[in-house]
Design a protein around this ligand. Structure first.
Ligand SMILES: [Fe+2]
Length: 453
């Protein structure tokens, strides 16, 4: 039934203010995150391949500004140099490292002024009744999409910045309270059979739900039967792989004709996960604010290359994106759920996500979040690597206002991750959300579980 004029008015009255409120909440999230950095450390570069922290302070606002100011009449750029300086991040695929010096960046006072001014100008404009805008101003649906892009772009940075600040030396951070208190029992690993069936991937076009360009379009995939680990691989299990010479055995790091992973590991001198540190004969875990004795039941966080090496050692494989979907969302009688636990929205008792913690939790900490097949810990507590190359779904179309968001990464050098981490916002726990990274990046809150076919 077509919407009546009054339906449309109600829709407009509710949706845009709600999205504007969500943008304000997302801003608070990123503001809080920058506050964990000691003020004298904002020009540090915690990860060699990435920008200095100060870039991100300016980037979140420059992105919003560049997105809106060209599309909403009446917004005039007041600092084009900063609009360009803070426009783009870095994706570290095999390139050289950035060489910029601290002195090349503007003062934090100037950057914060730029941020404040953008917020004032955008909030004033977004608060105006949409009826006052004249073409070529965006209509309500276009404005909703742009707001969702701004909100999720910021929330994604809230997560990737947490990875980055994780690597900042502990004495350069202001310790925050850890608020997740969990009582768990020992983890008993087992494998769960998932019968052959279909998985629905992607979003149908034309619906109300927001999705990024790479989530379209919806399509069904036939998936043969497989068995999957009930839990993510833990630090305990990964330690066994290391103890048994996992990093020194060439056969685990690819076939004889694929040397990339082995060469990467050897060249970089990598012999353990980036989140671990050796002190004497003890392994420590580099958590966000302190080094802990290795928490054996937490998921291990590693690059995809390390995950694949473990899987070969275990005589297993990484799941495909479609297998992961089956394990997470399918039910024995053929229906599919919105979330592993059912159709209810994410809640704190269902998983370690939505900024619930600065760190991981034991892999068996949230039994209420299990899937219909009994697979646990699928959402939150660490993304999960799949073996699927990040590529477009059928009938992919890039967003015209952000053409490179996904298309720049359809290069055979990035792989899909599913799930989420403790720092993944609830809105991005939707079934169709796809994350991706290159296989040699060790600093993501990403682990894995294995399958057998
Ligand atoms: Fe960005």
């Amino acid at each position: 039934m077509p919407a009546t004029q009054s339906d449309t008015a109600i829709h407009r009255d509710l949706i845009l203010p709600e999205l504007i409120a969500q943008l304000a909440t997302a801003r608070r999230e990123t503001d809080d995150l920058f506050r964990i950095v000691r003020p004298d450390s904002l020009y540090e570069r915690p990860i060699a391949e990435r920008h200095r922290i100060v870039f991100y302070v300016g980037h979140l606002e420059a992105f919003d500004w560049n997105l809106f100011h060209e599309r909403i009449p009446g917004l005039k750029s007041f600092h084009p140099e900063f609009d360009r300086l803070f426009a783009f991040g870095i994706d570290p695929v095999g390139g050289g490292l950035p060489t910029d010096q601290t002195s090349e960046w503007p003062s934090i006072v100037e950057v914060e002024q730029y941020v404040r001014k953008i917020r004032e100008l955008l909030d004033e404009k977004l608060g105006e009744p949409i009826a006052d805008s004249r073409p070529p101003a965006p209509d309500e649906s276009q404005l909703s999409t742009l707001l969702n892009v701004a909100i999720e772009h910021r929330l994604m940075h809230a997560e990737t910045l947490a990875y980055m600040l994780h690597q900042l030396p502990l004495d350069r951070k202001l310790r925050q309270q850890e608020y997740l208190q969990l009582a768990t029992s020992p983890v008993e690993h087992r494998s769960i059979e998932v019968p052959a069936g279909t998985a629905t991937l992607g979003l149908p076009r034309g619906g109300d739900a927001f999705g990024w360009d790479n989530e379209y379009e919806a399509h069904r995939v036939d998936v043969p039967a497989f068995a999957i680990d009930q839990y993510q691989v833990t630090n305990r299990r990964y330690l066994q792989f290391i103890t048994e010479g996992g990093y020194e055995t060439r056969a685990f790091w690819g076939d004889a004709d694929s040397e990339e992973d082995w060469n990467w590991k050897s060249r970089q001198g990598i012999s353990h996960p980036a989140f671990w540190r050796r002190e004497g004969n003890q392994w420590l875990y580099r958590s966000m604010f302190e080094d802990l004795p290795l928490p054996l039941d937490w998921p291990v966080y590693v690059s995809q290359a390390e995950a694949k090496a473990y899987a070969r050692w275990a005589g297993k494989l990484l799941p495909t994106e479609a297998e992961w979907h089956r394990a997470a969302y399918a039910a024995p009688h053929g229906d599919e759920r919105a979330y592993p636990w059912g159709d209810n929205a994410p809640a704190a008792r269902l998983g370690n996500f939505n900024f619930a913690s600065w760190n991981s939790a034991p892999v068996n900490a949230f039994p209420a979040g299990q899937s219909a097949f009994g697979v646990r810990g699928l959402l939150g507590n660490g993304w999960e690597w799949t073996s699927t190359e990040f590529a477009p779904f059928p009938r992919f179309e890039p967003f015209p206002f952000y053409p490179g968001y996904s298309a720049n990464f359809f290069d055979g050098k990035h792989f899909v991750m599913k799930g989420g981490s403790s720092r993944t916002a609830a809105c991005m726990l939707r079934r169709t959300f796809r994350n991706w990274f290159q296989p040699h990046y060790q600093f993501v809150y990403a682990g894995f579980r294995c399958v057998s076919r």
